[in-house]
Structure formats: structure tokens, C-alpha cells
Design a protein around this ligand. Sequence first.
Ligand code: PEP
Length: 254
Amino acid sequence: MREPSGVEGVKPERGRRHLIVANWKMNKTRPEALAFRDTFAREAEALGGVEIAIAPPYPFLPDLESSGGAWSLAGQDCSAEARGAFTGEVSAEMLASCGCRYVILGHSERRKHFHESGALLSGKLRQARQAGLVPIFCVGETLEERREGLTREVLRRQVEATENDPPEAPIVVAYEPVWAIGTGQNATPAQAQESIADIRTLLAGRVDLRVLYGGSVTAENASSLASRKGIDGFLVGGASLDSPGFAGICRSCP
Ligand code: PEP
């Protein structure tokens, strides 16, 4: 593996905390979500060193609000439309009105199962901005694309959807190699750092950019990833479902 290019000079801003985002996907019942909230609220008192966001299923958003402000809320997706006759859709404005600060867009599961295109994601980004949400924009290559040496090209193509997004607006990009999501096989710190450096180069015009890593992050592997320059935090799926495990990831960040 070659050393990542352009890593010097792309340190997270001094004083900026790592951002750790829990993506619950379509998991938990309401009682389970409430139990997580109550346990995690106790854990979170000691986790002031990182910024935390939780993306529960939509029905649990109001329940998951942190009474003490220890974490913020994120939507798992939003519609590319503002409102209207789109049964089943959730608008960015609805998420904002439920207290969300962030919205995850372009997760590989949505790209794969719901055929989300770059054009659709540009529309979702526009809606997120209009509602005042900060997008967590997911990108990442499949195993086949990586094996064929196409990773950089895939990332370039995927970030094109952010082209019309105002460069001064804060954006979070999550580098999530598809082969690492839910597989137990995380990218090595060097692999993650290399692609994240590429993303930073591609988005060099952005004024307020944070880049997260996602893919089988656990309390065991988090600190070796988080200590790498340029990795501003994590998007966590499976390991965010359990409060002590998620708190362990948060604690692993310097
Ligand atoms: C994800 O779904 O964004 C993710 C990173 O999942 P996991 O942590 O389970 O690999």
C-alpha cells in the first residue's frame, strides 16, 4: 500500500472534536430505542471529548432527543422533494422540525436497494440545505471496483453530486467502502486514510469539510483509525446498536 498523498496539511482543525454518528438503520422497536436512550444518556456524561449524533428510524426521532444536549439527531435519509403527494417519504423540513441537525444521504444501502442516482442525491442535498440540515454524504467503492483499481474514479463520480452545493456550507462526507459495511472486515487505517485524502483533494474547494470513516468500526478497532490524520470520526452501523459498545467507540477517539 503506498503512503497516502496529501495527508500532511489535512489534519482536522485544531480543537475540533471527532464526530461519531450512530446509524441504526431499520433496527429496534420503540421500547428498545427508549432503553438505549436511557442507558446511553448515563454513558454520554463522560463522553464530552467527541461530538455524537444518533440516526434512529424516523418514528423514534422525538424520543431520542438528548435532554442534556449530549448528542444531536440525524435523519437516515430525506426526500428530494419539499412536500406533497409522495407517500412514505420524509422531507428534510420534517427532520429539522423533529430536532435533527444532520441527515445521512447516499448511504450505499440506499444506492444499491433503492437505486439512488447522483441526480437524485443532488436534489436531496438541495432539500437538506433549504431545511438547514448538515448532510453526511456517503461515498465508497465495492470490492470489485477496488480490485479493479477504480476506487478513486468511483469517489470522484460520487462526489459530483455535491457540485452545486454551496462551497461555504458545512458538509460531512463519510467514506464507507461497501465491502467493509456490516462485514466485520474494516478498511485498514492506511486504506481509509488514503481514500479520505483523495476525497479531501476532490473537495478541496470546500471551506468546512469533515470526512468520516465507516465500515465495521468497533470499540476494538476505533482508536487505530481515529488516531490517523484526516479521519474526523466515524459513521457506525452495527456497533452503534448497543449502548456500551457505542460508548466504547466514542471513548476510543483521542
Ligand atoms: C453503515 O451502515 O454506515 C456502517 C458503517 O455499518 P457497519 O458499522 O455495521 O459496518
